[in-house]
Design a protein around this ligand. Structure first.
Ligand SMILES: C[S@@+](CC[C@H](N)C(=O)[O-])C[C@H]1O[C@@H](n2cnc3c(N)ncnc32)[C@H](O)[C@@H]1O
Length: 430
């Protein structure tokens, strides 16, 4: 946790500021292991992660940190016997596993597939098109319900990692976020977003909650809290929110678009059907944040579908928020963000580790590589039906094309090639 974040944190119980109680390990501007305190309690920081939940685990971690037992505190916090063992071994023997490998020890089957294949999920791809908005907002970004930090990783391509704060209720997720996805975030905070958020008013210029709002029970409180911690010129982005009027395999407790809208009735709000957002990104290279909830939008079909099929090109489809399975919400106190953004900047930074999207099985041959779409499991296919509609099922890329900058850019814009963290998986960079 960056020391500079301290002045913006508050205790969610007494609403007073936090101070450093004990520093055990520090590196430059970051507290790695230590303890913070407020007038009413103390909070442990373990491996750079601030644990704010008030429970037995946190108390036990404090007792270990009081005895300077930082490794024991880390193993205590990690979930699952195997995970504790594996992380312990990798640390002791100084060897490094890829993220892909290490999460197989989490022993939580669908979650493992979700995390491994996140870069192919249409909702994740759509969320990337919000980067121009986040860049325009500047300042600090809150990624709430951050998971292991896939979104935060992509955001670091456009804003400094030191301006990102990840909040998530699972310690293990944030441990992986820091280890694999975003090393230098301002803060990694374990906290349940169903309660008051531990930040001063108006601190963030952008707040993002991706694929999570429908899993929060206290939607009224959460929506108020996200707006409270948002700066008056800031923007709240809620990509991929389930619509209760359309069936979903992993619904959470969704609301209808009108009910989502009423949660933010004091603010300017725009809503985009997710499929429209995806098509805009894939075929028009834009992100259009102008749509009002009741607007019917027409969208030209894009290249999509299997290669060679032209039957649907040029056909115009009509989409509405009310009939969309998932939507993106953008909420602000000002209307300066509600416009169209070119998305070319998503592909501008030269990627550190460009690989073939993990959703493709890769077969090398003398002339190039053959790719075949392969879902990790049936549930993944059911959760993300848009993959089959917008990703080519089979693809051949020649050795010459792999070296050609223009072709590579085209493949990036179709998310056949994706930029992933360096230790994400052992698949070779192309
Ligand atoms: C479907 S995942 C999405 C993760 C990430 N936003 C992404 O899109 O990759 C939902 C995440 O929300 C977290 N979550 C659910 N309820 C939460 C709560 N009440 N407070 C904080 N995090 C929560 C889960 O632990 C999980 O990591």
């Amino acid at each position: 946790m960056k020391k500079t974040l301290l002045e913006y944190l508050i205790c969610p119980f007494c609403a007073k500021g936090l101070q450093v109680d004990t520093v055990i390990n520090v590196s430059d501007t970051t507290i790695i292991d230590g303890i913070l305190r407020c007038p009413c309690r103390r909070y442990p920081i373990i491996s750079g992660i601030l644990y704010m939940q008030w429970d037995e685990l946190g108390q036990a971690a404090l007792r270990l940190l009081d005895k300077k037992k930082t490794h024991a505190a880390l193993y205590l916090m990690l979930e699952g016997r195997m995970m504790k063992k594996v992380v312990g071994l990798t640390k002791r023997l100084h060897f490094r596993l890829s993220f892909w490998k290490i999460i197989s020890f989490w022993n939580w089957k669908y979650w493992t597939a979700y995390l491994r294949y996140r870069f192919s999920a249409p909702n994740f791809i759509c969320s990337q098109s919000l980067m121009p908005v986040i860049k325009e907002a500047g300042g600090y970004m809150l990624d709430v319900c951050a998971g292991v930090g896939h979104f935060a990783f992509t955001a670091t391509k456009h804003i400094s990692a030191t301006k990102i704060v990840c909040v998530e209720r699972r310690f293990t997720s944030l441990y992986f976020a820091r280890e694999f996805f975003v090393h230098q975030a301002a803060g990694y905070i374990v906290w349940d977003a169903e309660q008051m958020l531990p930040f001063v008013d108006g601190f963030f210029n952008s707040v993002v909650c991706l694929d999570s709002f429908h899993y929060i029970d206290t939607k009224y409180l959460f929506s108020k809290e996200m707006m409270r911690v948002l700066n008056k010129d800031g923007i709240l982005l809620i990509p991929h929110i389930h619509n209760s009027d359309v069936s979903n395999v992993l619904p959470g407790t969704p609301l209808s678009p009108s009910h989502y809208q009423s949660l933010f009735s004091d603010f300017e709000i725009r809503m985009i059907p997710e499929e429209k957002m995806l098509r805009d990104l894939l075929s028009e290279c834009i992100m259009d944040l102008t749509h009002m909830k009741d607007e019917i939008v027409s969208v030209k079909d894009c290249y999509s579908l299997t290669e060679g099929s032209t039957s649907d090109r040029g056909v115009v489809s009509v989409m509405s928020v009310d009939r969309a399975a998932a939507i993106t919400l953008a909420v602000s106190k000002s209307d300066r963000y509600f416009k169209k953004y070119p998305t070319d900047m998503l592909f501008e930074p030269s990627p550190a580790n460009l690989i073939v999207n993990p959703i493709y099985k890769v077969r090398k041959c003398r002339e190039g590589i053959r790719l075949k779409l392969k879902f990790p499991c049936r549930l993944y296919k059911e959760e993300f039906p848009l993959i089959e509609r917008y990703f080519e099922k089979k693809l051949f890329i020649s050795n010459e094309e792999l070296k050609d900058e223009e072709k590579r850019m085209m493949l990036r814009k179709r998310f056949v090639l994706v930029d992933v963290p360096l230790r994400f998986m052992s698949r070779q960079s192309v």
